[in-house]
Design a protein. Sequence first.
Length: 537
Amino acid sequence: MTRNPTDLEAEALSARADALQQLRRYAEALAAYDAALALKSDFAAAWNNRGIALHELGHHEAALASYERALSLQPDFALAWNNRGNTLLDLKDYAAALASQSRALQLEPNLVEALNNRGNLLRHFNRHAEALESYDRAVALRPDFAEAHTNRAHALREMNRIDEAREAYQTVVGLVPDRVGPYRKLASVTRLTYDHPCYLALERFAGRRDQLSPQDRIELHFALADALTQLGADEPAFAHVLQGNALQRRLTGYDEAATMARYAWVRQTFTRDHLQACAGGGDLSDSPVFIIGMPRSGSTLIEQVLASHPEVYGAGEYEAFSDALGECVRGKAGEGLAETAILGALSAPDFTAIGAAYERRIGYLGGIGRAHRRVVDKTLPNFMQLGLIHLALPNARFIHARRNPVETCLSCFSKLLGTASFSFELGELGRYYAAYDALMAHWRAVLPAGVLLEVDYEAMVGDLPAQVRRLLAHCGLAWDPACLAFERNPRPVATASALQVRQPLYSGAVRRRRPAPELIAALMAALGPLGSAAAES
């Protein structure tokens, strides 16, 4: 049977687009897919692949529409369901993303990409046991699937199954021996010595660092810093920290001026008068407890202590409020207003909707039961929007995790915190901390009494029982001795402090050996009086 010449031309254009996509020339691929679809509008595969190009270009709404068109033409197109789920994930519609991945697997149970992606979403929902099953199936079907092995190792580490995590990272190292990242993760769960194979591999990478990609060089510096710190070689470790951060800063689009302007806008907008004028709405649930503050401030310890209480669920760093707020802002963006104008003009009904959306999103988490009176949300950057949270959830409680400013900043600087774009240059980091501290002073002045509790890490280490009683009283919870044995809590923990909170408190964690003064002069100058006071403590 003779093929339609137009269809043949469309298929040729689509094949060319596929080749361009393999070369990551996404804009050219998109143009070729559009040309193919102009000739053959019912070409489901081209609609799917066009969605991939749009997704890679950051046009997520358009990508979603392209996948939807593919599925309208071919409802059993498993790969399109999988790709749709990936885009919904980037749009932060997590429940719909999980449903889309699940649909892909109903149609094609052995689609390893969907198994891996579904595992990632299940981990997002704190459903680690199910996530592990999904990763296990993926690697059983494709033993060389390094990404799924990596995610499986992350899940095991978060579940405190450290020996299994170490073995899984070792598998990744075997699959991609020329990448530094897996060695850094392997080192994080390994007791190193100078003759350990993992450390020797890092040294070999260091011997050819000029041949590494920028990202691998960054990974290498932080891996060596962690390894040398573990081995007690603090000075060479900090030299690697400085080099790794300098490289990372060059790749990071941190806009300090915009960040400081945002801080100023928040303080000017969310005054006591504004909070009182907007009151009267919000979701009245008294379940949410928000832990806020800087990274590396002891927040994971506070969450772990609270989550050890039988009436408390630890949600981890779950951006439910930002997502609920973004949902509201997107709904009003069509009115042509800037985001700040929208946020400043929100009314009581808006806050009721935002609070309800937050509660709905929290409800997606696995493991929450009727026994859980409180849900602890440890999304630290929420300190930027305490006024909005209070208006949307007026019965919520806030816990501010604090630590010595210099210790906090040096701890941030020593870790490769991908989401903390302010932390890769000591001067910027110090100025960010000072602005955060000023904003917290503002919230103390404008929020109602009894809403915010301040908890110092040093006080937690110095007298844990007394601080636990303060925390429980603030949350309206009865005393429970399980909170003192927080290290026995088997719940998954995904932060950089995951391994630390599996151990009892020890005083040596309060203050590290500080680098030479000249090496941190920019930090101390930026902190100003905060740094001077911290240096004396």
